[in-house]
Write a protein that binds this ligand. Structure first.
Ligand SMILES: *Cc1c(COP(=O)(O)O)cnc(C)c1O
Length: 417
């Protein structure tokens, strides 16, 4: 408290000193509109709209991105097959692969970057790799051309599935990065760039594969009862409310003081999938997905603008965090510290709610003990990386406040930052 008072100088427009780490990407108006203006064909319309934006002929909507991955692995008939993913990623990807009856192979990142470089890819891929999941994290593009070369040389014929959960719309010169892949999947759940409360989209290029996955989904995934729509709506309200500034501050405070929410952070003891993984999404989700998609460009533009502001302001202070070989779209603003937990605590004293990325060094988690300790760079990223607030509606003075606070913390605690 004392620090914050000492530092905080109210500005002309007088925004409060507390800055949440994120905000729900949909507005209350959109949420209510999705509830009251549903149409029966929202899902197929969302699939068409989504696939055309990302240049794919076919799309399939699921409750989660991982549901699409799981269904795809099943339909491809893979059993005991090697699927290559980053070691530092969202562990649900690894879980879906393992639970579909297949084997994950992890690739480490470079010490100074969270993305897997083409050189690292080359050292883990082999002719037994049947699927590769290139994953641009935090909206930072991968080096697509060189990825492609490595895959074609070392694992020709491997299925290339782009994990676009954080990569919404990354370009290489003029092409979308996913343009040359067999498929891509997106997340529309909590914490994603756009959200349908829960949701995931699988995009495919091959017609007969699409038809098979669609048939599999329609056969194996059950339709929830109509009460589910109300449940999703209520959850959606909660998600929206949880990131209002004061509510978010309250939870953050509670968590910090009491550790009450720690159980939510803890990882389950073995890989599992949520019970509704094989449930069809409701119409409400599809409708909300369409409303959000209509604003995607605007939301991304805003994030890019804020990220460039951050970069410029940090650059003026002589700091740059991560290089990029293209134009990032910043699903997050990642930065490196020397100690993640202490850095987040220090920033909290200035009213800045920095985020723990939900990405993990998967080899360090229960269920992946065989790989434990063999991916030092992924383990380091997991210990050192935090994300700074970036959300639609943030102002330049918010960004100033974050950068200023970060620099104050760094000056006071050089061993943490
Ligand atoms: C969120 C996320 C996923 C999974 O999405 P779900 O919809 O939660 O299954 C996969 N990969 C990355 C990088 C993610 O951020």
């Amino acid at each position: 408290m004392a620090h914050r008072k000492a530092y905080y100088e109210p500005e002309k427009n007088g925004h409060p000193p507390v800055i949440p780490k994120t905000k729900s990407p949909y507005s209350l108006k959109e949420l209510f509109s999705a509830l009251f203006h549903q149409d029966a064909d929202s899902e197929p319309r969302l699939e068409i709209q989504f696939s055309s934006i990302f240049n794919f002929p076919y799309g399939l909507f699921f409750n989660y991105g991982r549901s699409g991955l799981y269904a795809l692995l099943k339909v491809l008939g893979y059993e005991g097959v090697e699927v290559l993913i980053p070691a530092y990623t969202c562990v649900v990807v690894a879980n879906a692969i393992v639970l579909s009856g297949n084997n994950v192979k992890f690739a480490d990142n470079e010490p100074d970057h969270f993305n897997v470089s083409p050189e690292m890819l080359a050292s883990y891929i082999s002719s037994s790799t049947k699927m590769v999941i290139p994953t641009p994290l935090f909206g930072y593009p991968i080096d697509w051309k060189r990825y492609e070369n490595v895959i074609f040389q070392k694992a020709p014929g491997a299925f290339i599935l782009y994990d676009d959960a954080q990569g919404y719309g990354l370009y290489d010169q003029d092409d979308l990065q996913s343009t040359h892949t067999d498929g891509a999947f997106f997340g529309l759940g909590e914490g994603k760039v756009i959200s349908s409360i829960y949701g995931g989209m699988l995009l495919l290029r091959d017609r007969s594969l699409y038809e098979e996955v669609k048939a599999y989904r329609d056969r194996e995934f059950h339709t929830p009862n109509s009460f589910k729509c109300v449940k999703r709506f209520i959850y959606g309200l909660g998600y929206w409310a949880a990131y209002r500034t004061l509510v978010a501050y309250f939870f953050d405070y509670l968590n910090n003081k009491t550790g009450l929410l720690d159980s939510l952070k803890n990882d389950r003891s073995s890989p599992s999938l949520p019970v509704d993984t094989k449930e069809r999404p409701t119409n409400l989700q599809a409708r909300l997905g369409r409303l959000q998609l209509g604003r995607l460009e605007e939301i991304m533009e805003e994030r890019r603008r804020l990220a460039r502001l951050y970069e410029r302001k940090f650059h003026e202070k002589g700091i740059s965090f991560f290089s990029s070989n293209g134009k990032p779209s910043n699903s997050h603003f990642p930065c490196l510290t020397k100690d993640r937990d202490l850095a987040i605590g220090a920033l909290r004293r200035y009213g800045i709610m920095a985020g723990y990325p939900f990405l993990k060094a998967c080899p360090d988690l229960p269920g992946y003990e065989d790989y434990s300790g063999k991916y030092p760079n992924a383990s380091l990223m997991a210990k050192k990386l935090i994300t700074l607030p970036i959300w639609h509606g943030m102002t330049e003075s918010h960004v100033n406040h974050v950068v200023h606070s970060f620099m104050r913390c760094k000056d006071k605690n050089p061993d943490i930052f």
